[in-house]
Design a binder for this molecule. Structure first.
Ligand SMILES: NC(=O)c1ccc[n+]([C@@H]2O[C@H](COP(=O)([O-])OP(=O)(O)OC[C@H]3O[C@@H](n4cnc5c(N)ncnc54)[C@H](O)[C@@H]3O)[C@@H](O)[C@H]2O)c1
Length: 390
């Protein structure tokens, strides 16, 4: 495993257009940008076809003399970097930092190599790191930027659906540690996020599916119409995908704005993640990689079961969620005998407070509340429910 440092040397070319998804969606790619204030810092958020022009404007207006570094992984280097460099004149001299693609790169070893690379290239406090990739690149890139020389500015350009709907926005940066998800990290916001769904044209379908899980989560916790529209899109009914993505993102933005450091309402965004992270850690330990969104989808089935038990989620809604998610996402491979191990992973979860597990649970599709006291025996029941779900 290693980081490659170089200047861009591959000839510029247009990215190839690939199959989008089994979902029946069209792209509107209408351009718009907003400036929002979080933690006394302004952040520019731009959507749509011309969003990278807005990036160029930001670089010229605020970072004219800065040294630019672009973090990519093996795939975004091939599929996304040419488009970025074609669009942003200012980035022609940028230093490229390339990491191997995949979750394994979200580790301390790669962070050290990136810190070392920035030092060797004489990055200073005024340097800017642009993270071009999915959630792995924006999580590790954000962490490297937040910690290098006590913090340099960074910009996120998400290229996966999961990155767009969730990971790039919200200020959570970090890496995995000791086989546990996201144990080390910071809350640090990028100075800008630039969304262009053209990048999704080369994203493999299994990663589109994984990203859809986080969009469904936003619908389940806050917007029943979004959940049903996504279900319809998956079943082949046409939808403007950009509109659904924006709707999903706005849910996250509203929640983060209210509670940036995850003291209360932001915990709702963890719906599906307590079980999901346990599934991810368990599978990683057993050498079986599962996508983050697939793990979250499985987690949402288990946590919907607990929602019916403790938060009065109607039985028909539980059945709807459970059936739809089981049909749409791969089953996580584990047996009844593995439940104690899965519970141990939950023990390390950051959501444990005074020996009790805090969980966001659904009162109904589109409505969520935080519950403080979920017992271990109930967690086991939820794993069993997931094993039996059809
Ligand atoms: N910080 C947060 O708030 C937050 C929220 C949710 C998830 N996450 C983290 O995000 C990570 C998962 O994100 P992800 O699913 O984007 O994973 P990822 O970054 O590994 O990307 C998925 C795969 O798609 C490839 N890829 C990305 N964009 C591409 C493109 N346009 N064309 C072709 N290939 C492309 C990547 O190289 C990778 O192989 C997890 O580590 C998770 O913990 C963070």
């Amino acid at each position: 495993m290693g980081v490659i440092f170089n200047r861009f040397s591959v000839p510029l070319q247009s990215i190839t257009v690939a199959r989008f998804a089994d979902m029946c969606c069209t792209f509107a790619r209408t351009a718009q940008s907003v400036s929002i204030k979080l933690k006394d810092q302004y952040m520019i958020i731009a959507f749509g076809e011309n969003s990278l022009d807005k990036l160029e404007e930001l670089l010229l207006s605020k970072y004219l003399l800065a040294k630019y570094f672009i973090l990519v992984d093996t795939n975004t280097s091939e599929h996304c970097l040419p488009h970025l460099l074609e669009t942003c004149e200012s980035l022609q001299e940028a230093e490229i930092l390339e990491i191997p693609d995949g979750e394994d790169s979200k580790c301390l070893e790669i962070v050290q190599q990136l810190w070392g690379g920035l030092l060797d290239s004489e990055a200073d406090r005024e340097s800017v790191l642009l993270n071009l990739g999915g959630g792995v690149v924006t999580d590790i890139g954000g962490f490297v930027a937040a910690t290098f020389k006590r913090g340099i500015d960074f910009i996120n350009i998400p290229t996966s659906l999961l990155g767009m709907t969730d990971a790039a926005y919200g200020g959570k940066t970090g890496i995995n540690f000791h086989q546990l998800k996201n144990q080390i990290g910071t809350f640090t916001h990028p100075v800008g996020i630039f969304y262009d769904t053209v990048f999704l044209e080369t994203l493999p379908n299994d990663h589109l599916r994984s990203g859809t899980a986080e969009m469904l989560k936003h619908g389940l916790i806050a917007d029943a119409a979004l959940y049903h529209q996504l279900k319809a899109a998956t079943a082949g009914f046409a939808h403007d995908f950009d509109a659904l993505l924006e709707k999903s993102l706005h849910i996250k933005m509203a929640i983060v704005e209210e509670d940036q450091n995850e003291k209360h309402v932001r915990k709702k965004l963890n719906f599906g993640h307590t079980f999901g992270h346990a599934f991810e850690s368990f599978c990683a330990e057993n050498g079986h990689h599962i996508h983050h969104g697939d793990a979250v989808a499985a987690g949402m089935i288990a946590e919907s079961y607990l929602s019916a038990k403790k938060a009065n989620l109607p039985a028909l809604e539980l059945e709807d969620i459970s059936h739809f998610l089981t049909m749409s996402f791969p089953k996580v491979p584990f047996e009844k005998e593995d439940i104690p191990t899965l519970l141990q992973y939950m023990n390390h979860d950051k959501k444990m407070k005074y020996e009790q597990l805090q969980l966001p649970l659904l009162k109904a599709i589109g409505s969520c509340e935080i519950f403080d006291s979920v017992e271990v025996s109930e967690l086991s029941e939820a794993f069993l429910y997931y094993l039996d779900s059809k």
